[in-house]
Design a binder for this molecule. Structure first.
Ligand SMILES: Cc1ncc(COP(=O)(O)O)c(C=O)c1O
Length: 469
């Protein structure tokens, strides 16, 4: 296993081995004075060079976590600062972080850090009609578990919908209902990834997905995404060199940039995935949030060999409170996914699935969607109007919920973030979305959550703060 040149200055391989060992010690797999695996064994297990393991052990020794006994090997230091196994308190997982959620948890008046829809734009009143209908139709719905894979009626309906709308060749057996895309990403990562496995991710990408992959101990290799998609020659070179287990993509109204990968690249990338046996995990929660033109078909539509897993969350724009998402994939992967889902929660709540089903199949949903698209476009234009003339730059998105803004050189995103949070304005610094932790002149402004008036006022205040820096 070779180092990724693009990642190494940020997460050198020996540092990842260091963290891997620390994690296992923290979990209590090895206690004080326990012997650690030999350099040779660990190098074989992790498929890295022995020198890499040696460097990790040397660093652990320098940090006092491990000590060396002559000719015998490495042992856990009693003064490592790690809780003992007896205390049973060590639960920290491998690189357990979620900085996006940390930002979003801070209550702010001007909330531009959440890629969520203003609850006022959702058809809240109508939803109560569907709740009533569901209880009339299925009086025992509260007393019943859903099947692990998801309600059969819902899967039938969604498979028909996907066949008709996106030309996906799909049966209800090839769909799993999860609680949001977040759970789907989590389950897939659990199934596919092990420590030191390689994952290709777009640069930038949805930061929480990176957090999930890192928690599994995976190595992330960035693939630049631009308004014209990916450089497929580079992708092929990376697949050839690193043999990644998967490529996580969000190719339609991408978060955070809003870019959409063009149709002609979709088929080609699926062919590459087949050739290099690399799963494409296509996360597609923003497809219906387009402004003018419908986006190209999902990658899944081009897949004939089962190398694409399609995650279609409805939790952004139908009813976030229901957290309904459909995952499409072929067998035998589906078997594993169902098992992982059963271990996670034994099935998404049936009530949520039935309410969603009856709402989703209604004509009201289509009316709602049409209005929502217009409202989102208006929101986007408010931000663009206010930012015009500031020298801040962005590529106007054709859909989605975010503006990916480049600040002028003299303006630091970190300073702007600190000052604006102090004034109750939240956005997300670009570096969070960057697998390399750079992109410090970028910020993500979500225009979908705040109401129009609050949005305009907040952006004006943000600009005023930037001018004072
Ligand atoms: C690209 C992407 N994937 C997944 C999610 C999570 O979606 P869900 O609410 O369905 O869990 C988000 C939320 O912002 C997202 O932007």
């Amino acid at each position: 296993m070779k180092k990724s040149a693009s990642v190494e200055h940020n997460h050198p391989l020996f540092r990842q081995v260091y963290e891997f060992l620390m994690n296992r010690m923290e979990r209590g797999e090895w206690g004080a004075h326990d012997k650690l695996p030999s350099i040779r064994l660990l190098a074989e297990e992790l498929k890295v060079h022995r020198l890499t393991v040696f460097k990790a052990y040397r660093m652990l020794t320098e940090d006092g976590k491990v000590y060396v006994k002559d000719k015998s090997g490495y042992y856990v230091s009693p003064v490592s600062g790690l809780p003992s196994i007896e205390e049973g308190a060590a639960v920290s997982a491998y690189a357990l972080t979620n900085p996006l959620s940390d930002i979003q948890r801070v209550p702010t008046k001007y909330q531009f850090s959440q890629a969520l829809i203003d609850p006022g734009l959702l058809p809240n009143l109508f939803l109560s009609d569907y709740v009533k209908k569901v209880f009339d139709l299925y009086p025992k719905v509260m007393g019943t578990y859903s099947s692990v894979q998801g309600d059969e009626e819902l899967r039938e309906t969604l498979s028909r919908h996907f066949r008709k709308k996106h030309r996906l060749q799909l049966s209800s057996e090839e769909l799993l209902i999860t609680s949001g895309a977040q759970q789907a990403i989590n389950l897939i990562a659990r199934i596919v990834l092990g420590p030191m496995d390689t994952v290709l991710v777009e640069r930038p990408t949805y930061s929480v997905a990176m957090d999930v992959f890192r928690r599994e101990g995976a190595r992330l290799i960035p693939v630049e995404i631009t308004p014209t998609g990916y450089d497929l020659e580079k992708v092929e070179a990376l697949m050839k060199k690193h043999k990644p287990r998967m490529f996580y993509i969000n190719p339609t109204h991408h978060n955070p940039t809003g870019y959409t990968v063009p149709a002609q690249q979709r088929k080609l990338l699926v062919e590459l995935a087949e050739r290099y046996r690399c799963l494409l995990v296509e996360d597609d929660p923003f497809r219906d949030m387009y402004f003018e033109e419908e986006p190209p078909p999902p990658f899944f539509a081009y897949d004939t060999e089962g190398w694409v897993i399609y995650i279609s969350s409805f939790s952004k724009y139908v009813a976030p409170g229901l957290r309904i998402c459909a995952v499409a994939c072929r067998y035998p992967f589906m078997e594993r996914l169902i098992t992982a889902k059963s271990l996670a929660d034994n099935g998404t709540p049936l009530l949520n699935q039935k309410i969603f089903l009856h709402y989703y199949t209604s004509s009201r949903l289509q009316q709602h969607l049409g209005k929502l698209r217009i409202a989102l476009q208006v929101h986007k234009e408010i931000v663009e109007e206010e930012l015009a003339g500031t020298g801040w730059e962005w590529t106007p998105p054709q859909g989605g919920l975010n503006l990916w803004v480049k600040l002028p050189d003299h303006l630091s995103a970190d300073r702007l973030f600190a000052s604006s949070m102090a004034e109750s304005i939240a956005f997300v610094p670009g570096e969070l979305f960057d697998p390399l932790g750079e992109m410090k002149s970028r910020i993500r402004v979500s225009y979908s959550f705040a109401s129009e008036g609050v949005l305009r006022e907040g952006i004006q205040r943000l600009i005023a703060i930037a001018r004072g820096l």
